[in-house]
Design a protein around this ligand. Structure first.
Ligand SMILES: [Zn+2]
Length: 244
């Protein structure tokens, strides 16, 4: 099972919704690209399913983790021009499945934000890199978000409690997947690199123990080289599909 070749991205995007499992997912995978979008005037909203309560590397009290990671994600969002950051309640880090409840909550967020484009975790596992991109929470969010795009958000008869609450059906036109197998749409983020690094540094509980700038520069250079960009360029890569 794999993705088809990417479609050319739509050029008339006004709003984008970014759905991911944990604080820092968007910043490792896509913050440079999000920074480009906000510079272009696209209105971006983040929807974070968990507060990353199973993350962290030190011995600080576990009950302080969710609020700390929420604050880190809000600061990281600000570094790339995103001020709208929503967190779902009731989902614990490490327990996600593409449940009907999660589909409904993501469909509600789509109907609220009315995005042309959704960026999310890949629902497809990468067998060559089991750790990281293919965390089960990422796969679950990718699958639930895909189901929320079609059919849940656009079908007026899906989750009737949403329409009853005034959330009208909405059709997303394009999805971008990060972290999946064989991404074939590269975005040159060389100019946005400092903002991506700032976003990652905002997640101090996850990144302060490493030289994040060097680690990320190396990864992005490898992606750019694989995409055929000139030497010295940095890139993030995605699969882009039409969903209309
Ligand atoms: Zn994650």
């Amino acid at each position: 099972m794999t993705f088809p070749a990417s479609a050319p991205p739509l050029s008339d995007i006004r709003r984008a919704l970014v759905v991911f499992a944990h604080p820092d997912d968007v910043d490792f995978g896509a913050a440079g690209t999000v920074s480009r979008w906000t510079e272009e005037g696209i209105e971006v909203t983040y929807l974070v399913v968990t507060r990353g309560d199973a993350g962290g590397f030190d011995d600080r009290p576990r009950e302080t983790i969710p609020k700390m990671r929420e604050n880190e994600q809000r600061a990281a969002a600000k570094a790339v021009g995103v001020s709208a950051v929503e967190f779902l309640d009731g989902y614990a880090d490490g327990t996600l499945t593409p449940s009907l409840a999660l589909r409904r909550d993501i469909a509600a967020a789509i109907r609220r934000a009315r995005p042309d484009r959704v960026l999310t975790n890949s629902p497809l596992r990468r067998w060559d890199r089991l750790a990281g991109p293919s965390h089960p929470d990422h796969l679950a969010v990718g699958e639930a978000t895909t189901c929320a795009i079609y059919p849940d958000a656009r079908n007026p008869f899906a989750f009737p409690e949403l329409a009853a609450a005034g959330l009208e059906p909405w059709t997303v036109r394009e999805v971008w997947y990060t972290g999946g197998p064989d991404p074939d749409h590269a975005v040159d983020i060389t100019d946005e690199f400092p903002r991506k690094v700032a976003a990652l540094q905002a997640h101090a509980s996850q990144t302060a123990h490493m030289d994040i700038e060097a680690v990320i520069r190396g990864r992005l250079a490898t992606v750019a080289e694989a995409a055929g960009l000139p030497p010295g360029r940095l890139a993030e890569a995605f699969t882009v599909l039409r969903t209309q």
